[in-house]
Design a protein around this ligand. Structure first.
Ligand code: GDP
Ligand code: IMO
Ligand code: MG
Length: 421
């Protein structure tokens, strides 16, 4: 069977967690391939809301196994807390969750370095979630990181100390205060806890499953516009969030990739710094934030809100090879009589383009909008034909512009508020 990939086409928080949970019964395995606890994936069913940071969103489905892949950066302390929160649901987490020995460990000092680097950036700060993501990937690429499999080695304590000493040396030049013994005590405890899980060579596991005919879904974190190569650098995260990242982050060859599900909201949001052409600083932006409850699932920060950006989506679809689109949070736009969609950008020299210019971080572009009729009613029903005409026209316009079919529409946070087309 093929490896399907589900990922965000915008700046994250598109609703990936909800849809992975909805799709999970169709899959034997769900696997995270990049990012770490900077992710906050929300699932809602039976009146309960769950937010997952490191654990794949297939965890609530009985017959789905879940993998934390080699491309992930894992914080044992956050992992332990997350597992603790799941305990009351009587899930058999230990038998269904597998962690790659090649996933990179986030140490307490990585989190401190994240803080130090952000502080040093002053006005130009990225708006990191401060979970230690950047410094951990830096150590991975710098070939000095520690990996999950290393915790089983008798030399782990020395290797941990060696890397921590390097970090402490850097931290000496920054004004970050911390209580290292306390941080280390919880880290050591969490590492012991992690040892009680199934630590595996996940690339063998996944390839053997695919060969056997199992269905595997790769769950992206963040979004394509936060990708380290293709996002609005330097206002990005430190991993490849795009479809190709699933190959690196799981050890699956490109020829095995099947569907690429590209998720987007019916509008745009971004949390943290960086260019956001359609951002609304007015009442409309505030209304979208309120209706969409646009506050970060990981940090609680208010998300920046704006209209849908088609040039940005076209770019993401190209980079990812999205084969189907899933449109989320249509209900958030119920309140509007008219809705705007950005079709082009106007550049400084007066020309229009539907491409993202390299210079976007320093030379802001002006969005060119098409105005559309809003549906302005509460969304109800279970089929596409139950949806109001104006919403269907909005979706059909987007499809025509993007050249990829919208196969799913979400109109509420609950599992059931989902329409397959
Ligand atoms: P993720 O990071 O992509 O998994 O998305 P988040 O969980 O960070 O943010 C999406 C938010 O929107 C969560 O609070 C979801 O419960 C919520 N959500 C998902 N789909 C819908 C939808 O169709 N309508 C509304 N109103 N909320 C939704
Ligand atoms: P999910 O998976 C939205 C943003 C941060 C910051 C930048 C870098 O829930 O969609 P980092 O902590 O990675 O160094 O932060 O990326 N960011 C996210 N924004 N959703 C996320 O994840 C994000 N993960 C990181 O706000 O701007
Ligand atoms: Mg999120």
């Amino acid at each position: 069977m093929k490896l399907d990939v589900l990922l965000g086409l915008q700046w994250g928080d598109e609703g990936k967690g909800k849809i992975v949970d909805v799709f999970a019964p169709r899959y034997d395995v769900v696997a995270r391939f990049q990012g770490g606890p900077n992710a906050g994936h929300t699932l809602e069913f039976d009146g309960i809301k769950h937010v997952l940071h490191q654990i794949p969103s297939g965890i609530f489905r009985k017959n789905t196994r879940n993998i934390i892949g080699n491309g992930v950066v894992l914080d044992p302390v956050i992992f332990k807390t997350e597992i603790g929160k799941l305990e009351k649901y009587n899930l058999d987490v230990r038998s269904g969750l597998f962690i790659s020995k090649k996933a990179t460990l986030i140490l307490p000092t990585h989190r401190l370095l994240d803080q130090a680097y952000e502080q040093a950036k002053g006005e130009k700060k990225i708006g990191s979630t401060l979970k230690g993501i950047g410094p951990t990937y830096q150590d991975k690429i710098g070939r000095q990181g520690l990996r999950v499999g290393d915790i089983l080695s008798p030399e782990f304590p020395q290797r941990y100390k060696k890397l921590t000493d390097i970090h402490l040396e850097i931290l000496r030049d920054h004004s970050v205060s911390f209580d290292l013994p306390a941080l280390e005590a919880s880290f050591i405890e969490a590492v012991e806890f992690l040892k009680s899980f199934q630590l595996i060579d996940s690339e063998y596991f996944i390839n053997e499953e695919l060969k056997k005919g199992s269905r595997v879904l790769a769950e992206g974190a963040q979004g394509a516009l936060l990708d380290i190569d293709f996002g609005s650098y330097p206002f990005v995260t430190s991993s490849n969030t795009v479809a190709a990242g699933a190959c690196n982050g799981l050890g699956v060859a490109p020829m095995h990739v099947g569907e690429v599900f590209g998720i987007f909201k019916a509008y745009s949001t971004r949390v943290g710094g960086g260019p956001f052409p359609t951002e609304l600083h007015d009442e409309t932006g505030a209304l979208i934030r309120k209706e969409g409850n646009e506050f970060g699932s990981t940090t609680g920060r208010p998300r920046r809100c704006g209209w849908l950006d088609l040039p940005a989506l076209k770019y993401s679809i190209m980079i990812n090879g999205a084969t189907q689109l899933l449109m989320m949070k249509a209900d958030v736009l119920n309140i509007f009589q008219t809705i705007k969609v950005c079709t082009h950008y106007k550049l400084n020299d007066g020309t229009e383009t539907d491409r993202i210019p390299f210079e976007i971080a320093n030379e802001p572009v002006v969005p060119v909008y098409k105005e559309m009729k809003g549906w302005n009613v509460k969304l109800e029903g279970s089929g596409w034909d139950d949806m109001p005409k104006a919403l269907r026209e909005y979706v059909e316009f987007i499809e025509r512009e993007l050249g990829v079919p919208v196969k799913l529409l979400s109109y509420g946070p609950d599992r059931t508020q989902t329409i397959l087309r």
